[in-house]
Design a protein. Structure first.
Length: 198
């Protein structure tokens, strides 16, 4: 079992590598299983994603099992908070992320040489590593992306923006009361207007 220090030693910080790349050398794993724990500061995810921003330190714990000559099973848990934009009022808000994952990692070269085939259920949990190393930051980015809601809302009762002036209706009452009109009634209104004119 590896402690936090050993986990840090497994990462490559070579010259010319951007800070976002934190690679765990899989060939350093000895025995059947290794346990790793580490905290990542939000700056480790710079530049941040378009859909969200990591807003709190990421606490990661994971077990890596060697399941073949070049395949590994990674089972882990990551906790943090992400900041994103509300889909109604466009204000930013934070959301807790508590992500559990289990992935099977195989060398990327195998994916390139295999003939095309239909996607099977196992493929959805299969990921790829390159040059004998696992990009932990990229793995976490993918898990955070999967944890995002389809439509992010700051609250379930968010009132959104005024259609007339664009004011945030959660913080102000602009006084506009836009009347919604069913577009299917437009034709009927046109017929009524024609009848009145005749």
């Amino acid at each position: 079992m590896s402690d936090i220090s050993g986990y840090n030693d497994g990462f490559l910080y070579g010259p010319g590598r951007p800070p976002i790349v934190m690679l765990l050398e899989l060939n350093q794993i000895r025995g059947g299983r290794e346990h790793f724990e580490r905290a990542f500061e939000p700056a480790a995810f710079d530049p941040q994603d378009e859909d969200f921003r990591v807003a709190a330190p990421v606490q990661l714990a994971m077990d890596i099992d060697k399941v073949g000559s070049d395949a590994f099973r990674v089972k882990g848990h990551a906790v943090t908070r992400v900041e994103m934009e509300c889909g109604r009022c466009l204000e930013t808000f934070e959301m807790p992320v508590n992500a559990s994952f289990e992935l099977r990692y195989v060398p990327a070269i195998n994916a390139a040489t295999e003939p095309e085939r239909e996607i099977e259920e196992d493929d959805l949990t299969t990921a790829f590593y390159a040059e004998g190393a696992l990009d932990v930051i990229e793995m976490l980015r993918e898990q955070f992306q999967l944890a995002l809601p389809m439509k992010p809302l700051c609250t379930e009762v968010c009132r959104g923006l005024c259609l007339e002036c664009g004011a945030n209706l959660n913080t102000t009452d602009c006084g506009h009361r836009p009347a919604w009109e069913d577009p299917r009634l437009t034709v009927l209104k046109g017929l009524l207007k024609t009848d009145k004119e005749n």
